[in-house]
Design a protein around this ligand. Sequence first.
Ligand SMILES: Cc1cc2nc3c(=O)[nH]c(=O)nc-3n(C[C@H](O)[C@H](O)[C@H](O)COP(=O)(O)OP(=O)(O)OC[C@H]3O[C@@H](n4cnc5c(N)ncnc54)[C@H](O)[C@@H]3O)c2cc1C
Ligand code: FES
Length: 315
Amino acid sequence: MANERSKSDKGVFEAVVSANKQIGRIFYRLGLEFSGAGAAAFAKSKAGQFAELDLSGAALPRAEAIPEELADKAQRRILLRRPFSFCDVSEHKEKTPVDILYSIVGPASLRMTTLSAGDSVSVIGPLGSGFWVPEGKKTALLVAGGMGAGPLLLLAKVLTASWPKINVIAFAGAKTKEELPFERTLDEVSQHVGFSVAEFAEYGVTSMVATDDGSAGYNGLVTDCFSEWLGKQSLAAKETIVYSCGPEEMLGRVAKIAGKKKFDCQISMERRMGCGIGVCQSCVVECKVNGSNKRVYKLCCEDGPVFDAKEVVFD
Ligand SMILES: Cc1cc2nc3c(=O)[nH]c(=O)nc-3n(C[C@H](O)[C@H](O)[C@H](O)COP(=O)(O)OP(=O)(O)OC[C@H]3O[C@@H](n4cnc5c(N)ncnc54)[C@H](O)[C@@H]3O)c2cc1C
Ligand code: FES
């Protein structure tokens, strides 16, 4: 990961599925393996970047595995590729394994569940700009909402491996315990702030969990958990950075909390993406122009998905 925002070379590659595992009730983890030029390109990818997957050839699951609310939508043809970010990227001999954490929300992610080891998937990537680390940071605070935990898990891995002097602390929230996208935690859930997610702990990162219904960890929004925790700390503004990924409403709150503390803050935005490569203009994000009241529209796929929180206009 770089000190400044940067991109890596993209391309169209064939990836081979290595695994596709259900995690808990609603999540899946898809393992893809790249070789050759794809391995080289994805080995250089950054936490926060994404790829466009062609899922048009994936089969529908059997009827009883299709959620009732998707029964009609399930039959739709998948014309457009879908964007997904990475929760893990590693290097293994000549190959680059890349993992994606996902849940079923529509026809493409539904079909994604039928991919199995040995299947081939066309992938465009790595795309967009990932997270970056400005000079002089000593504390990185990661705030994830739901599926937003994926890219922040990869960020935790990269930060602890390449920036060992930065103390990393993660906050992960969801509506309820079953919607926390982690594999190895649900039996160990404590009712107290200070609960540690095994996936973050693997990288030596302390983490706290919040659920809206109080079924695990802090009882309330992850942003309230984060804010309360911050209230008990005395962190130097220049040395602290907040990274966040999750629903837009949550990102707006995180941006506000970080802004009040004068912390740098980077957020990963989501937009519906028609192409992922700056052509269709479907993914605009309203941004402020530094030092003026002017507004510009930037492209989530090309200029983001990671933005400096100060520049994004929230509703
Ligand atoms: C940069 C980026 C990274 C992403 N990373 C992940 C990831 O790691 N894991 C994951 O599960 N999903 C991720 N997504 C979201 C994923 O691309 C969409 O959910 C995708 O459209 C699913 O396709 P589908 O056919 O199953 O559902 P669709 O029918 O396309 O969408 C289902 C529902 O979700 C809404 N929706 C779809 N895409 C978006 C979006 N981008 N923003 C807001 N609402 C949307 C639709 O309006 C619809 O209501 C990411 C999106 C972006 C832009
Ligand atoms: S998705 Fe087409 S321009 Fe961004």
